[in-house]
Design a protein around this ligand. Structure first.
Ligand code: UTP
Length: 239
């Protein structure tokens, strides 16, 4: 099975803790050792936000701010690469072809951001589409997709499963509402819908949650299931 895992910066490196990055590398290695081809997209987290806020006060424009964000995602990606040692590409892929080439070489293919005007949520969806991934996993600081922002609305309830089109409908109003935090951003949801990518949104605080989700489909987050698709045969042992 080919899988792309998106690891939020706030999940991989909320602070610079080598133990945490090593635990994530170990989780990725377990998935690869089981026979999966693995792509990883790493986010920027709080460090990216600090850089962006500082540069904004200095008068940087939005593209310059995004470039700082991209730089931070690649720094975090390099941390994961350091922990994966020779299992991963030498440096974060800077584009989808480069990332796909690393997969073809049999490496864990790690990348961060790519281009201004988006986030690594969208990078992960585009990477998954470009390599025809069977599964896309978002390891985030949210524990799934809710019908409203659970940080704001105490009555918000979590979806166990929804379609990509429903995901777009959920995320759309959140993208208009400054301050509301969508578990996956609108562009990513649209790419998932357009390409029909089976996805999982889960709480990535514990890296073993990613292992259970990828290898067995077990998780407590949200499945995003394109209409009319079956479970990956990897889970049912048919491959
Ligand atoms: P993230 O993907 O970490 O953004 O990229 P985020 O969703 O705000 O972070 P989390 O999920 O809360 O941790 C950090 C920043 O890098 C820039 C954007 O400015 C983004 O906010 N970026 C990232 C790009 O401009 N292009 C990319 O392809 C990726």
């Amino acid at each position: 099975m080919r899988v792309v895992v998106s690891i939020g910066g706030s999940v991989l490196a909320p602070d610079l803790d080598p133990g945490r990055v090593a635990a994530y590398a170990e989780a990725i290695e377990r998935v690869a050792a089981d026979g999966c081809e693995v792509g990883v997209v790493v986010g920027g987290g709080g460090v990216a936000r600090e850089y962006i806020e500082t540069a904004r006060e200095l008068g940087a424009n939005e593209v310059e701010l995004d470039q700082l964000g991209i730089g931070t995602t690649r720094l975090n990606a390099r941390l994961l690469i350091a922990a994966l040692e020779d299992r991963a590409n030498v440096s974060p892929a800077t584009g989808y072809d480069e990332a796909a080439e690393a997969l073809r070489r049999g490496e864990v293919s790690v990348m961060g951001g790519v281009t201004p005007g988006q986030t690594t949520d969208a990078v992960a969806a585009a990477f998954a589409e470009s390599v025809d991934a069977d599964l896309l996993v978002y390891a985030t600081s949210a524990d799934g997709v809710y019908d409203a922002d659970p940080n704001v609305d105490a009555d918000a309830s979590q979806f166990a499963e929804l379609s990509p089109a429903a995901l777009v409908d959920i995320v759309l109003p959140m993208s208009r509402n400054a301050g509301a935090s969508a578990p996956v951003d609108l562009l990513a949801a649209k790419l998932i819908d357009r390409a029909g990518i089976r996805s999982i949104v889960l709480d990535g605080t514990d890296p073993s949650a990613v292992v259970d989700a990828v290898l067995r489909g077990d998780h407590t987050g949200t499945d995003v299931v394109p209409t009319g698709t079956d479970e990956p045969s990897y889970w049912t042992g048919d491959t």
